[in-house]
Design a protein. Structure first.
Length: 334
């Protein structure tokens, strides 16, 4: 089966035996899934797809069972996240393990030369094609703990945990701020109402989950990104708040659970590509996960085509706020 993504097409043309190698943070590509390597990814949707094919997978929040003969790191658009993966590999794999780094020129793969040099690791260029580059090095002990990438910042009177690659890293997103401004009126805060069971879908650093938990909601927070789930857990703990944070591909981990409200600032990018898939599923399947009279409250860039999806799923919706950049939508299950 031929590779589909440019980075995998570059790897496919190598006269190299990747059997048993560890694919680190790769894209979804049929060529990879037809091979004999194993997956290391924080993306629960990707791990689920590999597991469905009977392929070995691991999360960075667990130890790698056995030392692979080598690893390929797919350099992400977040350079800080790429550096975190590199440090993680240096800590968890034996020194001397061969490592290849591959990525698109537009995504900054050429920066790995400086990153590796700063860590005292050698580097040589193996190949370039399809506006991508492939580099090689060997892992070594660099004396830097990857946990140092975890930082925190203050917003809305809360301390938020932050990690590279998590939405809103190090700052409060303007769309989320607009949504927070509408939640008290939409959820009845201040009127003596009980917020009840609330789902924060695509929880990121946990700002919405913590904001809701601080006001008495029974919060469940989900994200497909394991780093976001861990960030939300740390955010809730840092503020002394209760809540459940789960890794989930949209509603996959929730079964038949229903909520009084679902709040979200859903993603629409996969790396640099626009991808409406998760947000579309969030909207289409929301009525099945809302109690009668329950609300879906979400914020999105004003240009995104969510009104048609909301109309189809709920039969109607309201626009609670519109600052020309972002809109806050509300839709109620009859």
């Amino acid at each position: 089966m031929s590779a589909e993504t440019p980075v995998c097409q570059l790897l496919e043309r190598q006269a190299f035996d990747y059997r048993g190698w560890l694919w680190v943070a790769p894209p979804r590509d049929a060529w990879l899934e037809a091979g004999q390597g194993s997956l290391l990814s924080a993306d629960v949707a990707l791990r689920t797809a590999w597991q469905a094919r009977g392929l070995p997978t691991a999360s960075p929040f667990e130890a790698v069972d056995a030392a692979p003969p080598g690893a390929v790191l797919f350099w992400p658009k977040s350079h800080a996240l790429g550096e975190w993966w590199l440090l993680w590999l240096c800590v968890h794999l034996p020194p001397g393990t061969p490592l290849q780094l591959v990525g698109e020129n537009q995504g900054g793969i050429k920066r790995v030369l400086k990153v590796l040099a700063a860590l005292g690791l050698g580097c040589r260029k193996l190949d370039s094609a399809r506006r991508c580059g492939l580099y090689a090095t060997r892992l070594g002990r660099v004396g830097i703990d990857p946990d140092a990438a975890w930082t925190s910042f203050e917003a809305e009177g809360l301390r938020l945990a932050s990690h590279p690659g998590v939405f809103g890293h190090g700052k409060l997103d303007d769309g989320t701020r607009l949504l927070l401004g509408e939640l008290p009126g939409a959820l009845g805060e201040g009127a003596g109402d009980v917020l009840g069971d609330v789902l924060d879908m695509g929880c990121g650093d946990g700002i919405l989950a913590a904001w809701l938990a601080r006001r008495g909601a029974r919060v469940t927070a989900t994200d497909v990104n394991g780093f976001a789930v861990e960030a939300t857990r740390r955010t809730l703990a840092a503020n002394g708040l209760a809540g459940e944070a789960l890794a989930s591909d949209v509603y996959a981990a929730l079964g038949e659970r229903r909520f009084d409200a679902i709040v979200s600032n859903p993603p629409f990018h996969q790396e640099r590509a626009i991808d409406y898939g998760p947000a579309g599923r969030l909207i289409r399947e929301a009525p099945k996960h809302l109690k009668a009279g329950g609300q879906l409250l979400l914020v999105a860039n004003a240009f995104l085509p969510y009104p048609d999806l909301l109309e189809a799923a709920f039969g109607g919706f309201e626009i609670l706020a519109d600052d020309r950049r972002f809109r806050v939508y509300a839709a109620t299950r009859a």
